[in-house]
Design a protein around this ligand. Structure first.
Ligand SMILES: [Zn+2]
Ligand SMILES: [Zn+2]
Length: 388
Protein backbone atom coordinates (compact mmCIF):
# COMPACT_ATOMS: atom_id res chain seq x y z
CA UNK A 1 0.00 0.00 0.00
CA UNK A 2 1.15 3.48 -0.83
CA UNK A 3 2.97 5.56 1.72
CA UNK A 4 2.41 8.78 -0.19
CA UNK A 5 0.00 11.01 1.76
CA UNK A 6 -1.22 12.71 -1.44
CA UNK A 7 -2.09 9.30 -2.93
CA UNK A 8 -3.64 8.12 0.33
CA UNK A 9 -6.03 11.07 0.29
CA UNK A 10 -6.42 10.99 -3.48
CA UNK A 11 -5.49 14.65 -3.98
CA UNK A 12 -3.01 16.37 -6.31
CA UNK A 13 0.32 17.64 -5.03
CA UNK A 14 -0.91 21.22 -5.49
CA UNK A 15 -4.17 20.67 -3.59
CA UNK A 16 -5.11 23.50 -1.26
CA UNK A 17 -6.00 23.10 2.41
CA UNK A 18 -9.73 23.07 1.72
CA UNK A 19 -9.47 20.31 -0.91
CA UNK A 20 -7.34 18.23 1.46
CA UNK A 21 -9.81 18.67 4.30
CA UNK A 22 -12.75 17.69 2.08
CA UNK A 23 -10.94 14.62 0.77
CA UNK A 24 -10.14 13.54 4.31
CA UNK A 25 -13.71 14.03 5.49
CA UNK A 26 -15.05 11.99 2.60
CA UNK A 27 -12.66 9.09 3.35
CA UNK A 28 -13.18 9.30 7.09
CA UNK A 29 -16.92 8.92 6.61
CA UNK A 30 -16.32 5.70 4.64
CA UNK A 31 -13.62 4.25 6.81
CA UNK A 32 -14.37 5.26 10.38
CA UNK A 33 -14.33 2.14 12.61
CA UNK A 34 -17.85 2.90 13.83
CA UNK A 35 -19.11 2.71 10.27
CA UNK A 36 -16.84 0.07 8.86
CA UNK A 37 -15.58 -2.31 11.54
CA UNK A 38 -13.57 -4.68 9.29
CA UNK A 39 -9.80 -4.68 10.05
CA UNK A 40 -8.74 -3.52 6.59
CA UNK A 41 -10.89 -0.38 6.82
CA UNK A 42 -9.55 0.32 10.28
CA UNK A 43 -6.00 0.11 8.98
CA UNK A 44 -6.82 2.43 6.05
CA UNK A 45 -8.55 4.84 8.38
CA UNK A 46 -5.32 5.07 10.40
CA UNK A 47 -3.27 5.65 7.25
CA UNK A 48 -5.63 8.24 5.83
CA UNK A 49 -5.74 10.04 9.17
CA UNK A 50 -1.94 10.02 9.40
CA UNK A 51 -1.73 11.34 5.83
CA UNK A 52 -4.17 14.11 6.69
CA UNK A 53 -2.10 14.92 9.75
CA UNK A 54 0.87 15.52 7.47
CA UNK A 55 -0.87 17.46 4.71
CA UNK A 56 -2.99 19.63 7.01
CA UNK A 57 0.13 20.90 8.79
CA UNK A 58 2.04 23.35 6.55
CA UNK A 59 5.39 22.55 8.23
CA UNK A 60 5.02 18.77 7.96
CA UNK A 61 3.70 19.07 4.41
CA UNK A 62 6.68 21.22 3.39
CA UNK A 63 9.06 18.72 5.02
CA UNK A 64 7.48 15.89 3.05
CA UNK A 65 7.61 17.87 -0.18
CA UNK A 66 11.34 18.38 0.41
CA UNK A 67 11.76 14.59 0.57
CA UNK A 68 11.58 13.98 4.31
CA UNK A 69 9.89 11.01 5.92
CA UNK A 70 6.39 12.29 6.51
CA UNK A 71 5.46 9.90 9.26
CA UNK A 72 8.67 9.98 11.25
CA UNK A 73 9.30 6.23 11.28
CA UNK A 74 6.19 4.66 9.92
CA UNK A 75 2.58 4.65 10.85
CA UNK A 76 2.13 4.89 14.52
CA UNK A 77 -1.59 5.23 14.61
CA UNK A 78 -3.08 8.62 15.11
CA UNK A 79 -0.37 11.08 15.93
CA UNK A 80 -0.38 13.45 18.82
CA UNK A 81 -1.70 16.88 18.05
CA UNK A 82 -4.39 15.56 15.78
CA UNK A 83 -7.51 17.20 16.93
CA UNK A 84 -10.61 15.29 17.82
CA UNK A 85 -12.63 18.20 16.47
CA UNK A 86 -11.43 17.43 12.95
CA UNK A 87 -12.89 13.96 13.19
CA UNK A 88 -16.15 15.28 14.57
CA UNK A 89 -16.14 17.87 11.78
CA UNK A 90 -15.81 15.04 9.30
CA UNK A 91 -19.14 13.70 10.46
CA UNK A 92 -21.09 16.76 11.36
CA UNK A 93 -19.66 19.27 8.94
CA UNK A 94 -18.23 21.62 11.47
CA UNK A 95 -19.37 23.04 14.79
CA UNK A 96 -19.15 19.68 16.49
CA UNK A 97 -18.16 21.47 19.65
CA UNK A 98 -21.38 23.43 19.73
CA UNK A 99 -23.72 20.47 19.35
CA UNK A 100 -25.89 19.81 22.35
CA UNK A 101 -24.39 22.46 24.58
CA UNK A 102 -26.88 23.63 27.18
CA UNK A 103 -27.73 27.28 27.40
CA UNK A 104 -30.09 27.30 30.34
CA UNK A 105 -33.47 29.02 30.42
CA UNK A 106 -33.88 32.04 28.19
CA UNK A 107 -34.60 35.21 30.08
CA UNK A 108 -38.15 36.49 30.20
CA UNK A 109 -36.90 40.04 30.47
CA UNK A 110 -35.10 41.24 27.36
CA UNK A 111 -34.07 44.55 25.85
CA UNK A 112 -36.62 46.05 23.51
CA UNK A 113 -36.14 46.98 19.88
CA UNK A 114 -35.04 50.30 18.54
CA UNK A 115 -37.74 52.43 16.97
CA UNK A 116 -37.55 54.88 14.09
CA UNK A 117 -39.71 57.86 13.26
CA UNK A 118 -39.24 60.40 10.48
CA UNK A 119 -39.90 64.09 10.82
CA UNK A 120 -39.76 66.98 8.40
CA UNK A 121 -38.04 70.20 9.43
CA UNK A 122 -37.47 73.50 7.67
CA UNK A 123 -34.02 74.24 6.29
CA UNK A 124 -33.38 76.91 8.93
CA UNK A 125 -34.42 74.50 11.69
CA UNK A 126 -32.01 71.89 10.36
CA UNK A 127 -29.28 74.51 10.13
CA UNK A 128 -29.65 76.12 13.53
CA UNK A 129 -31.35 73.39 15.55
CA UNK A 130 -34.86 73.21 16.92
CA UNK A 131 -36.88 71.59 19.67
CA UNK A 132 -39.83 69.54 18.51
CA UNK A 133 -42.66 67.81 20.29
CA UNK A 134 -43.15 64.35 18.90
CA UNK A 135 -45.95 61.90 19.35
CA UNK A 136 -44.43 58.44 19.54
CA UNK A 137 -46.24 55.13 19.60
CA UNK A 138 -44.16 52.44 21.32
CA UNK A 139 -44.43 49.60 23.78
CA UNK A 140 -44.12 50.78 27.37
CA UNK A 141 -43.86 48.82 30.59
CA UNK A 142 -47.23 47.55 31.80
CA UNK A 143 -48.11 49.45 34.95
CA UNK A 144 -50.62 46.84 36.12
CA UNK A 145 -48.02 44.11 36.61
CA UNK A 146 -44.88 46.24 36.59
CA UNK A 147 -43.60 44.24 33.61
CA UNK A 148 -43.66 40.87 35.32
CA UNK A 149 -46.59 39.64 33.22
CA UNK A 150 -48.38 38.03 36.17
CA UNK A 151 -51.75 39.22 37.41
CA UNK A 152 -51.48 41.38 40.55
CA UNK A 153 -50.88 39.20 43.59
CA UNK A 154 -49.41 36.32 41.55
CA UNK A 155 -45.95 35.56 40.18
CA UNK A 156 -44.35 33.27 37.60
CA UNK A 157 -43.63 29.79 38.97
CA UNK A 158 -40.88 27.33 37.95
CA UNK A 159 -41.84 25.05 35.05
CA UNK A 160 -42.60 21.52 36.22
CA UNK A 161 -41.73 19.90 32.88
CA UNK A 162 -38.11 21.09 32.75
CA UNK A 163 -37.73 21.92 36.46
CA UNK A 164 -36.78 25.46 35.60
CA UNK A 165 -33.99 24.53 33.17
CA UNK A 166 -35.87 25.79 30.12
CA UNK A 167 -34.52 22.81 28.19
CA UNK A 168 -35.32 19.14 27.95
CA UNK A 169 -32.97 16.37 26.80
CA UNK A 170 -33.65 14.35 23.68
CA UNK A 171 -31.71 11.13 23.17
CA UNK A 172 -31.08 9.71 19.70
CA UNK A 173 -29.36 6.47 18.84
CA UNK A 174 -26.73 6.62 16.14
CA UNK A 175 -23.69 4.73 14.93
CA UNK A 176 -21.60 6.83 17.29
CA UNK A 177 -23.71 5.69 20.22
CA UNK A 178 -26.35 7.76 21.97
CA UNK A 179 -26.46 11.42 21.05
CA UNK A 180 -28.01 13.61 23.68
CA UNK A 181 -29.26 17.02 22.62
CA UNK A 182 -31.04 19.69 24.60
CA UNK A 183 -34.08 21.40 23.15
CA UNK A 184 -36.15 24.30 24.47
CA UNK A 185 -38.91 23.10 26.77
CA UNK A 186 -42.28 23.27 24.98
CA UNK A 187 -44.27 23.69 28.19
CA UNK A 188 -42.59 26.98 29.18
CA UNK A 189 -41.27 27.95 25.70
CA UNK A 190 -37.78 27.81 27.13
CA UNK A 191 -38.31 30.34 29.90
CA UNK A 192 -37.99 27.82 32.72
CA UNK A 193 -41.02 29.39 34.36
CA UNK A 194 -44.69 29.70 33.57
CA UNK A 195 -47.20 32.44 34.41
CA UNK A 196 -50.23 30.65 35.85
CA UNK A 197 -52.40 33.78 35.93
CA UNK A 198 -51.30 36.26 33.23
CA UNK A 199 -51.85 39.98 33.67
CA UNK A 200 -55.05 40.97 31.86
CA UNK A 201 -53.66 44.31 30.78
CA UNK A 202 -50.67 42.99 28.83
CA UNK A 203 -51.62 39.30 28.41
CA UNK A 204 -48.42 38.35 30.22
CA UNK A 205 -46.08 40.25 27.88
CA UNK A 206 -45.16 42.83 30.53
CA UNK A 207 -45.66 45.72 28.11
CA UNK A 208 -48.48 47.57 26.38
CA UNK A 209 -48.56 50.00 23.46
CA UNK A 210 -48.88 53.64 24.33
CA UNK A 211 -48.77 57.02 22.69
CA UNK A 212 -46.44 59.51 24.35
CA UNK A 213 -45.35 63.04 23.66
CA UNK A 214 -41.61 63.61 23.69
CA UNK A 215 -39.57 66.74 23.24
CA UNK A 216 -36.62 66.13 20.98
CA UNK A 217 -33.75 68.56 20.52
CA UNK A 218 -32.61 68.58 16.91
CA UNK A 219 -28.98 69.75 16.90
CA UNK A 220 -27.76 72.44 14.52
CA UNK A 221 -26.33 71.16 11.25
CA UNK A 222 -28.47 68.07 10.65
CA UNK A 223 -29.22 67.17 7.06
CA UNK A 224 -31.49 64.87 5.10
CA UNK A 225 -31.15 61.37 6.52
CA UNK A 226 -29.44 62.39 9.78
CA UNK A 227 -30.69 60.22 12.63
CA UNK A 228 -30.94 61.71 16.09
CA UNK A 229 -30.65 59.01 18.74
CA UNK A 230 -32.76 59.17 21.88
CA UNK A 231 -31.46 56.60 24.33
CA UNK A 232 -34.01 54.21 25.78
CA UNK A 233 -37.00 55.92 24.19
CA UNK A 234 -37.71 53.01 21.83
CA UNK A 235 -39.73 49.86 22.42
CA UNK A 236 -39.80 48.41 25.92
CA UNK A 237 -38.67 44.79 25.76
CA UNK A 238 -40.56 41.59 26.60
CA UNK A 239 -41.11 41.18 30.32
CA UNK A 240 -40.91 44.96 30.71
CA UNK A 241 -37.21 44.83 29.73
CA UNK A 242 -35.13 47.96 29.10
CA UNK A 243 -36.28 50.03 26.15
CA UNK A 244 -34.37 50.18 22.90
CA UNK A 245 -33.37 53.51 21.44
CA UNK A 246 -35.55 55.83 19.42
CA UNK A 247 -34.10 57.21 16.21
CA UNK A 248 -35.54 60.37 14.75
CA UNK A 249 -34.72 60.58 11.06
CA UNK A 250 -34.58 64.07 9.66
CA UNK A 251 -36.09 65.08 6.36
CA UNK A 252 -35.40 68.69 5.35
CA UNK A 253 -38.13 70.46 3.40
CA UNK A 254 -37.03 72.28 0.23
CA UNK A 255 -36.44 76.01 0.71
CA UNK A 256 -37.88 78.58 -1.65
CA UNK A 257 -34.61 80.53 -1.96
CA UNK A 258 -31.68 78.47 -0.76
CA UNK A 259 -30.57 75.10 -2.04
CA UNK A 260 -28.32 73.11 0.24
CA UNK A 261 -25.19 71.29 -0.92
CA UNK A 262 -23.56 69.77 2.13
CA UNK A 263 -23.00 72.72 4.44
CA UNK A 264 -23.03 75.25 1.58
CA UNK A 265 -26.07 77.16 0.41
CA UNK A 266 -26.70 78.16 -3.17
CA UNK A 267 -29.04 80.78 -4.55
CA UNK A 268 -29.48 82.77 -7.73
CA UNK A 269 -30.09 86.50 -7.87
CA UNK A 270 -31.18 88.28 -11.04
CA UNK A 271 -30.38 91.93 -11.65
CA UNK A 272 -31.29 94.14 -14.61
CA UNK A 273 -28.74 94.46 -17.40
CA UNK A 274 -28.13 98.11 -16.54
CA UNK A 275 -27.44 97.29 -12.88
CA UNK A 276 -25.02 94.53 -13.86
CA UNK A 277 -23.21 96.98 -16.11
CA UNK A 278 -23.19 99.92 -13.71
CA UNK A 279 -22.82 98.00 -10.45
CA UNK A 280 -25.30 98.04 -7.59
CA UNK A 281 -26.04 96.83 -4.09
CA UNK A 282 -28.80 94.35 -3.39
CA UNK A 283 -30.30 93.10 -0.15
CA UNK A 284 -30.38 89.37 0.41
CA UNK A 285 -32.27 87.55 3.18
CA UNK A 286 -30.23 85.40 5.56
CA UNK A 287 -31.32 81.87 6.45
CA UNK A 288 -31.59 83.09 10.05
CA UNK A 289 -34.48 85.33 8.94
CA UNK A 290 -36.64 82.18 8.65
CA UNK A 291 -36.37 81.65 12.39
CA UNK A 292 -38.26 84.92 12.90
CA UNK A 293 -35.86 86.01 15.64
CA UNK A 294 -37.53 89.38 16.32
CA UNK A 295 -36.02 92.83 16.03
CA UNK A 296 -34.30 92.95 19.41
CA UNK A 297 -32.53 89.64 19.01
CA UNK A 298 -29.63 91.20 17.13
CA UNK A 299 -29.75 88.33 14.63
CA UNK A 300 -28.98 89.53 11.14
CA UNK A 301 -32.00 88.83 8.93
CA UNK A 302 -30.59 90.37 5.76
CA UNK A 303 -27.33 91.66 4.35
CA UNK A 304 -26.08 93.79 1.48
CA UNK A 305 -24.37 92.19 -1.47
CA UNK A 306 -22.23 94.37 -3.70
CA UNK A 307 -22.64 93.69 -7.41
CA UNK A 308 -19.58 95.24 -9.01
CA UNK A 309 -19.93 97.13 -12.29
CA UNK A 310 -19.43 94.88 -15.29
CA UNK A 311 -20.80 91.73 -13.60
CA UNK A 312 -21.40 88.96 -16.12
CA UNK A 313 -24.42 86.68 -16.18
CA UNK A 314 -23.59 83.43 -14.38
CA UNK A 315 -20.91 85.05 -12.19
CA UNK A 316 -20.80 83.41 -8.79
CA UNK A 317 -19.98 85.19 -5.56
CA UNK A 318 -18.97 82.98 -2.60
CA UNK A 319 -19.68 84.45 0.83
CA UNK A 320 -17.62 82.62 3.41
CA UNK A 321 -19.41 81.47 6.55
CA UNK A 322 -22.95 82.31 5.45
CA UNK A 323 -23.93 78.69 4.85
CA UNK A 324 -25.14 76.01 7.25
CA UNK A 325 -23.34 75.36 10.56
CA UNK A 326 -21.62 71.97 10.51
CA UNK A 327 -22.61 69.25 12.99
CA UNK A 328 -18.97 69.24 14.13
CA UNK A 329 -18.51 72.99 14.12
CA UNK A 330 -17.53 75.39 11.39
CA UNK A 331 -19.95 76.84 8.91
CA UNK A 332 -20.43 76.44 5.16
CA UNK A 333 -20.46 79.16 2.52
CA UNK A 334 -23.19 80.88 0.57
CA UNK A 335 -22.69 80.83 -3.18
CA UNK A 336 -24.72 83.47 -5.00
CA UNK A 337 -25.02 83.13 -8.75
CA UNK A 338 -25.79 86.41 -10.50
CA UNK A 339 -28.22 86.31 -13.40
CA UNK A 340 -28.48 89.30 -15.74
CA UNK A 341 -31.97 90.13 -17.00
CA UNK A 342 -32.02 91.41 -20.55
CA UNK A 343 -34.89 93.86 -21.09
CA UNK A 344 -37.54 92.17 -23.24
CA UNK A 345 -39.96 94.99 -24.06
CA UNK A 346 -38.47 98.30 -25.00
CA UNK A 347 -40.47 101.46 -25.58
CA UNK A 348 -39.28 103.74 -28.42
CA UNK A 349 -37.28 105.96 -26.09
CA UNK A 350 -35.44 103.01 -24.46
CA UNK A 351 -34.71 101.47 -27.83
CA UNK A 352 -33.34 104.77 -29.06
CA UNK A 353 -31.05 105.00 -26.04
CA UNK A 354 -29.81 101.46 -26.45
CA UNK A 355 -29.12 101.98 -30.15
CA UNK A 356 -27.21 105.10 -29.30
CA UNK A 357 -25.21 103.19 -26.67
CA UNK A 358 -24.49 100.41 -29.14
CA UNK A 359 -23.29 102.96 -31.68
CA UNK A 360 -20.97 104.63 -29.14
CA UNK A 361 -19.55 101.19 -28.15
CA UNK A 362 -19.21 100.06 -31.76
CA UNK A 363 -21.59 97.18 -31.07
CA UNK A 364 -24.11 97.70 -33.87
CA UNK A 365 -22.96 94.60 -35.76
CA UNK A 366 -21.31 92.33 -33.15
CA UNK A 367 -19.68 89.20 -34.49
CA UNK A 368 -20.16 87.23 -31.31
CA UNK A 369 -17.37 85.79 -29.18
CA UNK A 370 -17.27 82.08 -30.00
CA UNK A 371 -15.41 79.82 -27.57
CA UNK A 372 -15.63 76.28 -26.22
CA UNK A 373 -18.26 75.81 -23.49
CA UNK A 374 -15.82 74.31 -20.97
CA UNK A 375 -13.60 77.37 -21.07
CA UNK A 376 -16.38 79.67 -19.93
CA UNK A 377 -17.20 77.17 -17.17
CA UNK A 378 -13.66 77.29 -15.86
CA UNK A 379 -13.89 81.04 -15.98
CA UNK A 380 -16.91 80.94 -13.71
CA UNK A 381 -15.24 78.58 -11.29
CA UNK A 382 -12.18 80.78 -11.12
CA UNK A 383 -14.43 83.76 -10.43
CA UNK A 384 -16.14 81.83 -7.65
CA UNK A 385 -12.88 81.07 -5.88
CA UNK A 386 -11.34 84.49 -6.19
CA UNK A 387 -14.38 86.47 -5.00
CA UNK A 388 -14.13 87.61 -1.36
ZN1 LIG B 1 -49.22 43.55 32.71
ZN1 LIG C 1 -40.18 24.17 30.96
Amino acid sequence: MSQDPYELLGVGRDADADTIKKAYRRLARQLHPDVNPDPESQERFKQVTAAYEVLSDPDKRAAYDRGGDPFGGGFGGQGAGFSFTDIMDAFFGGNAGAAGGGRGPRPRVRRGQDALIRIEVELAEAAFGVSRELKVDTAVRCTTCGGEGAAPGSHPVPCETCRGAGEVAHVQRSFLGEIRTLRPCAACRGFGSVIPDPCRECAGDGRVRSRRTLTVKIPAGVDNGTRVQLSEQGEVGPGGGPAGDLYVEIHVAPHEVFERHGNDLHCTVSVPMTAAALGTTITLPTLEADLDPGEESGVETSFELQIPSGTQSGHQVVLRGRGVPGLRGGRGDLAVTIGVDTPARLDPRQEELLRELAAIRGEERPTGDVRPTHKSMFGRLRDAFTAH
